[in-house]
Write a protein that binds this ligand. Structure first.
Ligand code: CTP
Length: 212
């Protein structure tokens, strides 16, 4: 991973699914497009990519090694397996913060009373990577509907990431997006454009962060 050499990117994408029973699950509105665009941009720049993907309707870019996962727990396992050998982890996935305490083995039957679901927190994968990184660079995303910069910076510091990409819920599923990038020491960088352009710019900034 020295000047001009190709880097190994580990990129997560999509919204995880937390099953309540064999046919029902909790998820979110993430399309996975930003993670897939990042994978395409990194490959185009000559790097290698392992794409850990939660279910999406997208076709992975040619050349990516794809690891398909479903739940936050699966994604955590896959990240742990590949993290040591990557130069940069980008957590673009929308990882569920909670998962059912118990998933029913058979389809739940409806009953005429209030149903309370018991959920437990999932592992924060980005924070785990921030604690375990050695030579690797860790990049997180922050989706914020209020106080974008302040909340994103809090995540950057508390999860010990090297860069945070902040965006607002308007970015979900949209073609064009505005993202703000920040490293712990740097100032905010504003990028607007379609997801391919935004992804190229993010990869460029990460590359210069690593290569200095
Ligand atoms: N993330 C993660 N593991 C989780 C939850 C989130 O690795 N269990 C990562 C996401 O992939 C993203 C970053 O943490 O890179 C921030 O995710 P976000 O949903 O914006 O924030 P949360 O940490 O979940 O905090 P909150 O929902 O309270 O804003």
């Amino acid at each position: 991973m020295k000047n001009g050499k190709k880097m190994r990117f580990l990129i997560t994408a999509g919204g995880t699914r937390e099953y309540l029973d064999p046919v029902r699950y909790i998820t979110n509105a993430s399309s996975g497009r930003m993670g897939y665009a990042l994978a395409a941009a990194a490959l185009k720049a000559g790097h290698s990519v392992t794409l850990i993907s939660a279910p999406t309707g997208l076709v992975p870019p040619a050349g990516a090694e794809v690891v398909s996962v479903v739940s936050a727990g699966d994604m955590f396992k896959a990240v742990k397996k590949h993290f040591k050998t990557c130069d940069c982890l980008i957590m673009a996935a929308a990882v569920s913060d909670y998962t059912p305490v118990e998933a029913a083995k058979v389809k739940r039957k409806k009953e005429k009373k209030i149903l309370t679901l018991k959920l437990k927190p999932t592992e924060d994968i980005l924070a785990w990577a921030g604690r375990h990184k050695k030579q690797n660079v860790v990049v997180g995303f922050a989706l914020e509907d209020r106080n974008l910069k302040r909340n994103a910076e809090k995540k950057l510091i508390s999860k010990n990431a090297d860069m945070i990409v902040a965006n607002s819920p308007a970015a979900i599923g949209a073609d064009s997006s505005r993202v703000l990038l920040k490293t712990p020491q740097g100032s905010w960088i504003d990028i607007t454009g379609d997801k391919a352009k935004t992804a190229r710019a993010i990869i460029r900034h990460i590359t210069s962060l690593i290569l200095g």
